[in-house]
Design a protein. Structure first.
Length: 165
């Protein structure tokens, strides 16, 4: 257990932390702006797509950005937050393509938000998250034992240790 803690590379987990925090912090104001003037957002973005219940869907978009961003920042229910963000951003990408075509200036920020959300969905929150603390609380030895066994079997360390006896 000590060897896994001391020798485990943390660059990937630090990268996930930076990705989560920056994505959430930069995206959250978009949700608050929607909530500040929900009618304007519904008229400009939801109604042109001819979606039903534009005010309701505008609130769903705003709250998924706000709550999803907070979940990403804190690392609590991180994959749920990333899923909410990815869903909202995918609709925003669709809106941008339908209304303006493949305009890189509109799509680049949306693409980065979408890619960040999908990366967090695929990789998880990393060890610097509340999700990790909860997982360690309920299964304290589970996290490092699987990685430790996998690392030993791949590198031949276990075989060398047995052969040296």
């Amino acid at each position: 257990m000590i060897r896994a803690i001391l020798s485990r590379p943390i660059a990937g987990d630090l990268g996930l932390l930076v990705l989560r925090v920056f994505t959430g912090a930069l995206l959250i104001h978009h949700g608050y702006e929607k909530l500040a003037n929900i009618e304007n957002f519904a008229d400009a973005f939801v109604r042109p797509l001819h979606l039903p219940f534009p005010i309701l869907l505008s609130y769903v978009a705003a709250f998924s950005e706000v709550i999803g961003s907070w979940l990403l920042i804190t690392g609590l229910l991180t994959r749920m937050g990333a899923l909410a963000v990815a869903g909202t951003i995918s609709v925003a990408i669709y809106h941008a393509i339908v209304t303006a075509g493949f305009n890189i200036y509109l799509l680049e920020l949306l693409g980065l938000y979408f890619a960040a959300a999908v990366a967090v969905l695929a990789c998880g929150p990393g060890v610097f998250s509340i999700d990790e603390l909860i997982a360690r609380r309920f299964e304290p030895d589970m996290e490092f034992s699987a990685e430790l066994n996998e690392g030993f079997s791949k590198s031949g360390v276990l075989e060398e240790a047995v052969a040296g006896r």
